[in-house]
Design a binder for this molecule. Structure first.
Ligand code: ZN
Length: 123
């Protein structure tokens, strides 16, 4: 990968990290607000809201971790290299998923093994 593309991905990842961090901080505030309205809210609605806030918090924490790991890989000059087969991750894949850890074929393998491949029917 040329330096220019690398810089572009780095920029994108930094923006993403900043946005997700900000979002996580805002979620914290929302969570506190939900807690405070406990007396006026119906219990079930409250539980639902809290669960949704948590789920989104969870996903965003994971995302932030992935984005930061990708930035570390840029620092270590390992960015764009698959962590499994050490082959190059295509720029097309990185453009779609700039924090990708694995090349497409390794990712498909991992997804199949973990059973989370999105298009698989449960037999
Ligand atoms: Zn690979």
């Amino acid at each position: 990968m040329d330096t220019q593309s690398m810089k572009r991905f780095e920029q994108e990842l930094r923006v993403m990290a900043a946005e997700v961090s900000r979002h996580l901080r805002e979620k914290d505030r929302v969570h506190i607000l939900v807690e405070r309205s406990a007396e006026t809210c119906e219990q079930e609605t409250l539980a639902g809201q809290r669960e949704m806030a948590f789920q989104s918090l969870d996903r965003n924490s994971l995302l932030l971790r992935e984005v930061r790991a990708a930035l570390d890989r840029i620092d270590d000059d390992e960015y764009g290299r698959c962590l499994k087969c050490e082959g190059e991750i295509s720029e097309a894949r990185l453009r779609a998923l700039s924090y990708a850890r694995h090349c497409l074929s390794c990712q498909e393998q991992i997804d199949r093994l973990s059973g989370s491949f999105p298009f698989r029917f449960a037999a």
